[in-house]
Design a protein around this ligand. Structure first.
Ligand code: XIL
Length: 354
């Protein structure tokens, strides 16, 4: 397709969130991060035009909010939420419990105590934070990435080591205690691709539902590739969650052209975003949003969030996972804007508009 045919089909006045009946979110930098949303007017403009939900890409993670056992630092998150609120934008909060080494605060990693002490400490972490933000965020990723695609299932995180699998239910109970209204999500990657891993998540859901442990939805991160996983697999995974009456939220969508985990990463398939591959990416975004709309009934659509505004801000740029250049998002630069919609943007807009 030519640029002009894109413009005629989508139009410069397009607003993604106006095309949608569910939240359309984007992850943003804030606080002391470089290229903070609050520092760049062009980012604020593009966010206001197209998105009606934000996720903090980093600044609401554990070590940012809870850097010492008796210290909580809310200023940066509060500033972001104030901005969102002033602009009629809701918040999806991420994440109360995440194994990732750099995100478990040091004081927590070295916390000594029995499993009971750990439970009290984690309950207080979750309840204090959810209570602080109560009424100001729509949803929380309560636990992020607790399962693996293995027969055993539970990731051997510090939380699992110290408390066993009960840390999961404790976290959801403490979150509900802190905020009686907020939607509580379990969030993970590759659960649209790996049925064994999804099975562990679903077993947890079934167990929670049988015992009245609160849970409102499953977050599918969806850091996907151009050709993997298949739309059939993605739809089947969404359907399993729908069958249990839980919300489905795509929480961190991006579409890379090359598999970043490929051991042979230097042999990239695509080393530039040619018009032909940009068109494949447009189609991929379209197919994913269509699959979401086709599979998840209106009342269970938690929304779709893209993991960053423009390609240069993506976490998949060289240096994070490996050194492959990538173009995973909906807009291109320059860094301070104005941001230019890519064919990928048009794929999302088309799927939302249909
Ligand atoms: C990423 C951020 O985007 C990066 O800035 C940071 O360096 C690492 O974390 N799954 C998640 C997100 O749940 O929190 C991660 O975000 C991406 C993978």
């Amino acid at each position: 397709m030519s640029a002009s045919s894109h413009e005629s089909s989508i139009g410069i006045d397009t607003s993604l969130h106006n095309l949608a009946t569910f939240p359309i979110g984007v992850a943003v930098s804030a606080g002391n991060e470089s290229r903070s949303l609050l520092d760049i007017q062009a980012k604020q403009d593009v966010v206001k035009q197209h998105f009606n939900q934000l996720t903090a890409g980093n600044i609401m993670k554990m070590s940012y909010l809870h850097p010492a056992e008796n210290t909580y630092t809310y200023d940066n998150a509060d500033a972001l939420i104030n901005w969102a609120d002033a602009n009629g934008i809701s918040m999806h909060a991420h994440a109360l419990i995440w194994h990732s080494n750099y995100q478990v605060p040091n004081w927590m990693s070295s916390f000594n105590g029995t499993s009971e002490n750990w439970k009290d400490m984690m309950d207080s972490h979750v309840k204090t934070i959810t209570a602080h933000f109560a009424g100001r965020v729509d949803s929380w990723d309560v636990v992020n990435e607790a399962f693996e695609n293995t027969a055993e299932g539970y990731r051997n995180s510090i939380f699992f080591t110290k408390m066993g699998s009960s840390y999961l239910e404790n976290a959801f109970l403490a979150a509900r205690d802190g905020d009686s209204e907020v939607d509580l999500y379990y969030n993970d990657y590759s659960i649209e691709a790996e049925p064994v891993k999804l099975g562990h998540v679903l077993n947890m859901v079934d167990d929670f539902q049988a015992r009245d442990i609160p849970i409102d939805g499953i977050g599918f991160q969806m850091h996907v590739f151009l050709n993997y996983p298949s739309i059939t697999a993605i739809s089947a995974a969404f359907q399993e969650v729908v069958n249990r009456g839980l919300k489905v939220k795509i929480t961190e969508l991006d579409v890379v052209l090359n598999n970043p985990y490929n051991a042979n990463a230097n042999a990239t398939e695509y080393s530039s975003l040619t018009p032909a591959v940009a068109e494949l990416q447009r189609q991929r975004y379209y197919d994913i949003v269509k699959a979401y709309k086709n599979t998840v009934p209106e009342g269970l659509r938690g929304g779709v969030t893209i993991w960053g505004i423009w390609d240069g801000d993506s976490w998949l740029n060289p240096g994070t996972i490996n050194d492959i250049q990538e173009w995973p998002l909906l807009f291109t630069g320059p860094a301070n804007g104005p941001y230019i919609p890519k064919p990928a943007f048009e794929g999302v807009a088309e799927a939302l508009g249909e």
